[in-house]
Design a protein around this ligand. Structure first.
Ligand SMILES: *[C@@H]1O[C@H](CO)[C@@H](O)[C@H](O)[C@H]1NC(C)=O
Ligand SMILES: *[C@@H]1O[C@H](CO)[C@@H](O)[C@H](O)[C@H]1NC(C)=O
Length: 424
């Protein structure tokens, strides 16, 4: 019976695409998908060194468009993908901003210089206030994590009605990479242990708070992790290569909002720390004498309110090495999306042993996973605590459509175009 129904559906799809070509049904954009591959400005790394770069006005599709995917990886001068055990990609993020038409942005600027030029970030829809405003962003898992926004949805950018006079929509990129060729302690370097980097102050010269033993404050641009005596290793010129798929905007595309949840979120000030998202946290090693946790799993949870509801059309988590899964729950405890890491088991780029090389994604059937305005969501992030981990993250990224689509549109839902396997 099910087969017959599926087949009926096939006929509907076939006949509608043959005979109703000119009808602008929702989800069937008359535009064809556009695709382009870009290179970031180059960055340089030698064994043990760190690059944390902020590039402004990066090459990107212009105009009023719907973004459909963003896939990135680190490549060398020959365009060859560089494996994580050589260049660890801690993270990259891409964020929109309004740049003044009369000023040209620097290609690159350090956080110490940000106040000196005229730009206004275009943040995602929430829920972190100062951090995590990006549209896209991943880390070591970037090669095998699907970013495709399913039809009929798209991330709308560059709507001329929203751009302030005298400004234009531009993009900035932050790339944070650590060269671990020949280092003494690969895990320590990638987890940014302050003692290894010999760092006691952050990049603004502020002393680290007591108990801060690892994380982004200790592996800023130009810091150095110790390398084995006598290890050579040339300075390398590297790029983030990224492929963007998009459509020219039209009214058949259903816009989605981007929300990023962070498991370190706190609604109120605790211990002198401001409310909001702290981005990273520490996984304490398990106490093997504690029988209740003989699996050694460190579970962190946070509750956050989603301001506006709608249909969840995509979801994915971000975790670092040691991560063993993450899930987002609704107020009644239903699972909205669970996202699990895939670890590599080889040497080649995209399958590096011991690293998270992909995160599974959620593509709910249209209109099947809904959240309501003001719903309290719970984010859970699990790490293995058989050893300590510093500077880990537990983020969850979802796309929410506030406009409902009709049931029939289901037949037009596209599959991810990515060539990669969606790590299940
Ligand atoms: C660590 O930093 C201190 C002070 O900045 C410096 O005196 C010391 O030589 C450094 N140690 C190493 C191993 O680089
Ligand atoms: C996280 O770990 C807890 C405790 O073992 C388990 O009950 C839960 O299902 C895990 N969640 C995910 C998303 O892996």
């Amino acid at each position: 019976m099910i087969d017959a129904r599926v087949c009926l559906l096939c006929i509907i799809i076939l006949s509608s695409s043959l005979t109703l070509d000119a009808i602008r049904s929702p989800g069937r954009s008359l535009n064809s998908i556009k695709s382009a591959v870009f290179l970031s400005p180059p960055f340089f790394l030698s064994p043990g060194s760190v690059a944390n770069k902020y590039f402004f006005d990066i090459p990107f599709p212009r105009g009023h468009i719907a973004l459909k995917s963003f896939d990135a990886e680190v490549v060398d001068e020959a365009g060859i993908p560089v494996p994580l055990h050589e260049t660890y990609l801690h993270h990259w993020v891409v964020e929109g901003y309004y740049g003044s038409k009369t000023s040209k942005d620097p290609i690159e600027a350090s956080p110490l210089e940000f106040d000196f030029f005229d730009y206004d970030l275009v943040r995602n829809s929430g829920i972190c206030k100062r951090t995590l405003g990006q549209y896209f962003g991943l880390g070591s898992e970037t090669r095998r994590t699907n970013t495709w926004v399913p039809d009929p949805y798209g991330i709308e950018v560059g709507n001329p009605e929203q751009i302030p006079d005298g400004f234009e929509f531009r993009w900035l990129m932050n790339v944070h990479a650590i060269d671990t060729r020949g280092v003494d302690d690969k895990n320590g370097c990638t987890e940014c242990k302050c003692s290894l980097y010999n760092v006691t102050k952050d990049e603004f010269g502020r002393p680290l708070r007591k108990g801060y033993i690892g994380g982004l404050k200790c592996c800023y641009d130009h810091t150095q992790c110790p390398v084995q005596e006598g290890f050579g290793g040339a300075r390398r010129k590297l790029w983030l290569r990224y492929k963007v798929n998009w459509l020219d905007w039209d009214d058949t595309i259903v816009p989605v909002k981007i929300y990023i949840f962070d498991v370190t979120y706190t609604a109120s000030a605790v211990d002198g720390a401001l409310p909001g998202c702290k981005v990273e946290y520490q996984v304490e090693p398990c106490d093997l004498s504690d029988r209740s946790n003989d699996e050694c799993i460190y579970t962190k949870k946070a509750k956050m309110v989603i301001p506006r509801g709608g249909d969840i059309v995509y979801g994915v988590a971000h975790q670092h090495s040691g991560g063993i899964g993450s899930a987002l729950y609704g107020q009644d405890g239903r699972v909205l999306c669970a996202s699990m890491p895939t670890y590599g088991d080889g040497k080649e780029a995209g399958n590096e042993k011991g690293y998270i090389v992909g995160m599974s994604t959620c593509y709910p059937k249209p209109s099947s996973v809904k959240v309501s305005d003001g719903e309290v969501l719970t984010l859970v992030s699990n790490y293995s605590s058989s050893e300590m981990h510093t500077g880990v993250m537990g983020l969850f990224y979802i796309l929410v459509a506030e406009t409902q689509i009709e049931e029939q549109v289901e037949v037009f839902q596209s599959l991810p175009v990515s060539m990669r396997d969606d790590a299940a």
